[in-house]
Design a protein around this ligand. Structure first.
Ligand code: PEP
Length: 250
């Protein structure tokens, strides 16, 4: 298979005041422009998108947002459109994170609308899917992930505008991770479904693993088949931890 450039993306969630830009600056300054290096991205809270985009302009550190509204503009108080995110200098947006699915009732149809909006605005959609603990214990993991994938990805998805992040809900922020075999099994299912639906582009769409990725477990997770990078929460808040995970792709 053709080599896929890994992506290590940090999701800061609702963390980070202006003072946190120093961590992002440290990450930026440690990255090389070597095309063999992984792509690296920080997804800060919306309040830091514009300053972070300014700080990273012309550098190898990319900037992504954590959510968008489906509409380009309009009467949606408090929401931010994909076009507005693009206007800050962001190049990607996470959609369908399990915390938004849980906190804001974002079902697949809503996630699909947000991913479609991302594409419309010229952003890469990082589409998150993953089973809950109850679903895993009931043996429903592959059914749930397959259904979320089918229902959350727009028709126009391809390797240049879409990344899939497999994040088992029970592994997020818990220090727990699935076994290597379990991660590989789910990623193989996602790859098969992407190829069936999108053909050659589907074989190149990056599939990230997310859920308690740390410097200590990153190397083995990133070496698994069809794991093309990581979406990192807690360990992306400190430059040293995040950079250790970036280096684990080598
Ligand atoms: C996430 O929220 O995307 C995530 C993977 O969090 P953590 O790394 O903290 O488990």
């Amino acid at each position: 298979a053709k080599q896929i450039r890994p992506l290590i993306a940090g999701n800061w969630k609702m963390n980070g005041l202006k003072s946190a830009l120093a961590e992002a600056t440290a990450i930026r300054d440690a990255l090389t422009t070597d095309p063999g290096a992984p792509e690296v991205m920080i997804c800060p809270p919306a309040t830091l998108l514009a300053p972070l985009a300014d700080l990273t302009q012309g550098s190898p550190l990319a900037v992504g947002a954590q959510d968008c509204h489906a509409a380009p503009s309009g009467a949606h108080t408090g929401d931010i459109s994909a076009e507005m995110l693009r206007d800050t200098g962001a190049t990607a947006v996470i959609v369908g994170h399990s915390e938004r699915r849980a906190d804001h009732g974002e079902i697949d149809r809503i996630v699909l609308g947000k991913a479609t909006a991302a594409h419309r605005a010229g952003l890469t959609a990082i589409v998150c899917i993953g089973e809950t603990r109850g679903q895993r214990e009931a043996g429903l993991t592959l059914d749930v992930v397959g259904r979320q994938l089918a229902a959350s990805l727009p028709e126009g998805a391809g390797d240049t505008n879409t990344v899939v992040a497999y994040e088992p809900v029970w592994a997020i922020g818990t220090g727990l991770t699935p076994s290597n075999d379990d991660v590989a099994e789910v990623h193989a299912l996602i790859r098969r479904d992407l190829e069936a639906r999108f053909g050659a582009a589907g074989s190149r769409i990056r599939i990230l693993y997310g859920g308690s990725v740390k410097p200590t477990n990153a190397r083995e997770l990133l070496a698994l088949p069809n794991v093309n990078g990581a979406l990192v929460g807690g360990a992306s808040l400190k430059a040293a931890d995040f950079l250790a995970i970036v280096r684990a792709t080598a």
